[in-house]
Design a protein around this ligand. Structure first.
Ligand SMILES: NC(=O)c1ccc[n+]([C@@H]2O[C@H](COP(=O)([O-])OP(=O)(O)OC[C@H]3O[C@@H](n4cnc5c(N)ncnc54)[C@H](O)[C@@H]3O)[C@@H](O)[C@H]2O)c1
Length: 320
């Protein structure tokens, strides 16, 4: 078991601390905002209760108000503070000055290149990105992003650490903005917003289309699998017609800029592209958690079935 430090006790930080603690690690959590530290264990306990898991894992997460103390004995440090480059650069400089020489340093940034965050460090071979998804205890993927300086064994040890937690770590070979997941996700959002901006359909229709068509399959059929399934020849024919027509603007949509200028910020103001009552917001949040929990149950059942098949095959070949 390792000594893990999580920097930032917000939405992602408390969830990461929960997963490491549930995995048996001792976890220190640093945040400069004392109320976030005070509520840390209660938030983790509430999540574990909701998942039907052992709440005592929360006791392995220790809030620490001093950064140097939080990282002093760490083997693995992951930062989940604000999505702000100077804040992250400053944090890693202070972390490097106080942590052991063997500790691995990771950032959970959503889209900022890891190279930019880690460029000022003395030892950049032990620094990398680990990009989790919200909620961290229900979404399995963690993108592990190396820079040109990251040592291969640091990538491998980080992949192994997350695999042992039951996560699905993937190695992103080049440190590009948005890594893999957010590039794919925001390519879709760009087109979604463009369809509304160009009055091809309304905002509600975009969501209805995605949720009731290819969105239904996405959990079991990735885009590359799908291209192979229908055939690369059909995919090529479709791309020749569709790609010249889809949005290719290199910056944000003017419609998105306008919404933000007008204070139409989505859930937090009650209106964004669409209007949202508090009841609708609560219902959507509930649906997300219910669906993700169901997906987790399905994953566990699939793994159990696969193990059962392996045992059976083993028996069959053994007796054959
Ligand atoms: N929210 C998501 O879905 C999501 C998913 C993946 C990655 N991320 C990334 O994870 C990071 C955290 O996001 P979040 O959604 O948890 O944000 P959040 O606002 O919920 O939490 C950020 C926390 O950082 C703390 N903080 C502020 N300044 C700090 C400092 N100098 N040192 C340490 N902690 C500090 C704040 O007090 C707060 O508790 C961001 O980089 C974000 O882009 C977010």
């Amino acid at each position: 078991m390792m000594q893990v430090t999580v920097i930032g006790a917000g939405l992602m930080g408390h969830g990461l601390a929960q997963v490491f603690a549930a995995g048996g690690h001792a976890v220190s959590v640093y945040d400069p905002h004392q109320p976030s530290l005070d509520s840390l264990r209660d938030r983790i306990r509430a999540n574990l209760r909701d998942l039907g898991e052992d709440e005592s894992a929360a006791d392995r997460a220790t809030p620490v108000a001093d950064l140097a103390e939080a990282v002093r004995n760490a083997d693995f440090i992951v930062e989940a503070a604000l999505e702000d480059l100077p804040v992250k650069q400053d944090l890693f400089a202070r972390i490097e000055a106080a942590c052991p020489a063997h500790a691995i340093l990771a950032s959970n940034t959503s889209v900022i290149p890891i190279t930019r965050i880690m460029e000022g460090l003395r030892d950049r071979t032990r620094a990398l990105g680990t990009h989790w998804w919200n909620p961290p205890f229900l979404v399995p993927l963690v993108e592990v992003i190396g820079t040109e300086w990251t040592a291969p064994e640091v990538i491998e040890r980080t992949m192994e650490l997350h695999r042992a937690l039951g996560k699905i770590p993937v190695h992103v070979k080049r440190d590009v903005p948005g890594f893999v997941g957010n590039r794919l996700q925001h390519a879709l959002w760009r087109e979604a917003i463009s369809l509304v901006e160009n009055d091809i359909c309304d905002a509600e229709t975009v969501d209805l289309v995605v949720k009731n068509s290819f969105g239904r399959r996405l959990g079991v059929l990735g885009p590359i699998e799908n291209a192979d399934l229908v055939g690369t020849d059909l995919t090529l024919a479709i791309h020749r017609t569709v790609l010249p027509a889809v949005e290719s603007r290199p910056g944000p949509s003017p419609l998105l800029e306008k919404l933000v200028q007008e204070g139409r910020l989505g859930f937090k103001s009650g209106e964004g592209f669409r209007r949202w009552t508090p009841e609708q917001q609560a219902a959507l949040r509930r649906d997300i958690v219910t669906t993700l929990k169901q997906a987790r149950t399905n994953d566990a059942a699939r793994t159990k079935n696969a193990e059962g098949r392996d045992d059976h095959e083993g028996e069959a070949s053994g007796s054959g």
